[in-house]
Write a protein that binds this ligand. Structure first.
Ligand code: SF4
Ligand code: SF4
Length: 185
């Protein structure tokens, strides 16, 4: 008897569910990678934004719900602005985070919440990301002093990292948002 070959079938039910919950037309994505090209957080991601969208199309639910990427997305919407198909990848990430919480998925990288907190405290303090301060706080808490050191040096050389922080003018409004969020929690 001829041996039957197994083939991997994409899970269209996950794609449909994700599109409905996030309101994003994920099936339109044709992998131009413009989202990833402009993403300021891609250096900390285990799946790039375009790869997240591809995994949704292929039904890679388990991989995505346990990924670091969904937690480090800064929701800056650069990907949405650059997408020729008007896909807001951060809304997809938010939906994936909700699903991960609902399904109590264990985080693949237990340092992620620390990174998340360092990011939020940078926003609360300056109204924008101060990369050097954020990474210093993260590394002190996680004791990962030498990890990504070479990448940091390269970024300094290319003037991608600013030594001193810059505050936005509307910092008062940002603080009010944080205060309201703290009241609710
Ligand atoms: S920019 Fe839009 S179409 Fe291009 S890869 Fe990203 S999500 Fe897909
Ligand atoms: S919203 Fe998230 S995925 Fe999109 S560019 Fe910003 S950090 Fe990257």
């Amino acid at each position: 008897m001829a041996m039957q070959e197994k083939c991997i079938e994409p899970s269209f039910s996950f794609l449909k569910q994700l599109e409905e919950r996030s309101g994003q037309p994920v099936s339109r994505c044709y992998q131009c990678k413009k989202c990833t090209g402009g993403c300021p957080m891609s250096f900390a991601m285990d799946f790039y934004p375009n790869q997240v969208i591809r995994q949704v199309q292929l039904g890679g639910k388990a991989k995505l719900l346990s990924s670091r990427t969904i937690w480090v997305c800064a929701c800056c919407k650069t990907c949405k602005d650059r997408c020729p198909n008007d896909i807001d990848t951060s809304a997809v990430m938010d939906t994936l985070k909700e699903m991960a919480k609902e399904e109590k998925v264990a985080l693949g990288d237990n340092l992620v919440p620390v990174f998340h907190d360092s990011f939020l405290s940078s926003i609360e303090r300056y109204g924008r990301v101060y990369e050097v301060g954020m990474l210093a706080g993260y590394k002190l808490k996680t004791k990962t002093y030498t990890q990504d050191m070479q990448l940091g040096i390269e970024m300094f050389k290319k003037r991608k990292l600013k030594i001193l922080p810059e505050k936005i003018n509307q910092l008062k409004e940002i603080k009010q948002i944080f205060d309201k969020a703290k009241e609710k929690s």
